[in-house]
Design a protein around this ligand. Structure first.
Ligand code: C2O
Length: 574
């Protein structure tokens, strides 16, 4: 008995040491995809959720940990989950976009997502990656630094995730399917939400208000996540300053601001320092959209409340919270592009010895992609509800991407790409035009499932150019499988001679989602050191639905740790 105890103790200790010294630990989660009745704005509806929770449960891990997340599908819809921003080194099978890295998990089936968090710390999020199911299927990913490694900023008293979303009284699946049938713009959401709550500025909603309760004189780390489908958002807290310290799970040079701008797919960690004394007031925190396009949008405002705890000597009855003065923040105008530009220009990598900015300095391959809207012909000789009776479409280099009925990664891995995809995605527009001038007469897009093929370790520079076709618009472009450095941006047409000399190759911000400025361009660089098929798309879901998406195929390298791992046995079949 004694021997057994000692050896058990020994085993436990040994594995503890192994976990904490040599690598991270393994954390297990179970995601049951199931329906749940939820009421907001006096509308009750049955929504697809994870474990009946809305928003879904947070995934918490430390840098270096392995995650095993079993997803079981109990609903009628096909499902897949994407771990947005996780690098997925060699584990592309666990990335999640349906028909890109996996077939969806069908009703009654399950799939274990298995991956390790490497070289990232901060906030990311997970969301459904099929159709518009991410409107209700999303939640935070919180990546803590390795044990014993401090934050490069004041240790917060508390950490609070705040996830922005959109609430639809209608079923978003019906909204997108109708839009794709008629060719017109989709209906818009009825409210924005903070942690699933629309707050007091909407009808029948005051009881569904997010409250952040704080103590005076403390620092709080707010982990802000934009999980909205179709809207970039401004966010501000009345009478308080926010210090930005991390975006997309990469530390940045801290800077202070009253308002932040956050696009769908982006995350921002901010420090909130509370006032030193009980302020005798409460404060709204509000978010509303930043909009540049011509379509209709949800122009409403979500509010939550920042509430200070009463000093302990105050009897509660004498000072009810409701009687306190309420301050409201002033947000930029809905179309304040100059704020957007100033804000994004402040984002810089830490770029120090501990957290270097490994910006590719020598480029192997350059790409120039136009991103924007377009049209496709109305089918069956009908009149459609898009521009001039056509259907709305969107494209990259005029290719409106069509998802296959099988998964691209499988097709590649098993050498069955014939008839699934072609490796000839255009490296620049086939027909150049004045991208931000008067739009061309012909706005029809082409269709296809085309990939860019990159040898392992190719260093890539990609300029993404917005077009003015059907209106210039800011497009938050998200790249799976990589972080990239945002080395330059500007308005008008990119100038290949005069713009590159101004690129920041020293401390550009490193992230996974970047806004292509409305009527402008952005230049990014990344090293293709992760073999697999990697989706890139606008994170405005309607634009993705219309085809503003493409994929990169990064080939295996020579060494064993430069190869895509074999597919897991339970990988879903189409
Ligand atoms: Cu958050 Cu492909 O998406």
């Amino acid at each position: 008995m004694v021997v057994l105890r000692i050896s058990l103790f020994f085993l436990v200790t040994l594995s503890f040491i192994a976990d904490h010294v040599f690598a991270g630990i393994t954390r297990h989660y179970k995601f049951d995809i199931k329906l749940q009745n939820v009421t907001r704005l006096c509308h009750t509806k049955s929504i697809v959720t994870v474990n009946g929770q809305f928003p879904g449960p947070p995934i918490v891990a430390r840098e270096g940990d392995r995650l095993l997340i079993k997803v079981v599908n109990h609903v009628q819809n096909n499902i897949s989950i994407h771990w947005h921003g996780i690098r997925q080194l060699q584990t592309g099978w666990a990335d999640g976009p349906a028909y890109v890295t996996q077939c969806p998990i069908q009703t009654g089936q399950s799939y274990v997502y298995n991956y390790t968090v490497v070289g990232q710390r901060g906030t990311l999020f997970w969301h459904a990656h099929i159709s518009w199911l991410r409107s209700t299927v999303y939640g935070p990913i919180i990546i803590l630094p390795k044990l014993g490694i401090p934050y490069p900023f004041t240790k917060p008293h508390k950490e609070v995730p705040i996830i922005f979303g959109e609430w639809w009284n209608a079923d978003p699946e019906a909204v997108i399917s109708q839009a794709l049938q008629t060719g017109g713009g989709p209906n818009v959401s009825d409210a924005y939400t903070l942690n699933g709550l629309p707050g007091p500025l909407y009808n029948c909603s005051a009881k569904d208000t997010f409250k952040l309760k704080v103590k005076p004189g403390k620092t709080y780390l707010l982990r802000l996540i934009n999980a909205a489908l179709n809207d970039e958002l401004f966010f501000s807290i009345a009478n308080h300053t926010l210090k930005v310290v991390d975006v997309d799970a990469v530390y940045v040079k801290p800077f202070e601001t009253d308002t932040i701008l956050i696009a769908p797919g982006q995350t921002t960690n901010v420090l909130l320092k509370t006032q030193s004394q009980f302020p005798n007031a409460t404060f709204f925190m509000t978010a509303r959209p930043y909009v540049t396009g011509l379509g209709t949008f949800d122009n409403s405002t979500v509010a939550g409340i920042l509430e200070y705890e009463f000093p302990s000597k105050t009897p509660h009855s004498t000072l009810p919270i409701k009687k306190l003065q309420l301050f409201k923040p002033i947000l930029p105008a809905l179309n304040d592009t100059s704020f957007a530009t100033k804000f994004t220009n402040k984002l810089r990598s830490l770029a120090n010895a501990q957290f270097p900015a490994n910006v590719p300095q020598k480029i192997d391959k350059r790409f120039f992609f136009t991103v924007g809207l377009g049209t496709s012909p109305c089918q069956h000789n009908k009149t459609c509800q898009g521009p001039n009776g056509t259907m709305f479409a969107a494209s990259v280099n005029n290719v409106s991407f069509a998802l296959p009925n099988t998964a691209l990664l499988q097709a590649h891995f098993f050498g069955q790409s014939n008839g699934v995809y072609s490796p000839n995605f255009p490296t620049s527009p086939i027909i150049p035009f004045n991208y931000t001038g008067n739009p061309p007469n012909n706005t029809m897009v082409g269709n296809g499932t085309k990939l860019v093929v990159l040898p392992f370790n190719t260093s890539v520079e990609l300029v993404m150019q917005d077009t003015s076709i059907l209106g210039a618009e800011s497009h938050p472009l998200h790249l799976h499988g990589f972080n990239f450095f945002v080395v330059g941006q500007g308005f008008g047409n990119f100038d290949p001679n005069n713009d590159p000399p101004n690129f920041n190759l020293v401390d550009p911000v490193e992230r996974n989602t970047v806004g292509v400025p409305s009527g402008g361009w952005v230049a990014i660089r990344f090293l293709a050191d992760n073999p697999g098929v990697w989706f890139m798309h606008c994170h405005l879901e309607i634009h993705t639905s219309w085809g503003l998406k493409m994929a990169w195929l990064v080939l295996d390298g020579k060494l064993p740790n430069q190869k895509l791992l074999p597919p897991p046995a339970d990988l879903p079949k189409c």
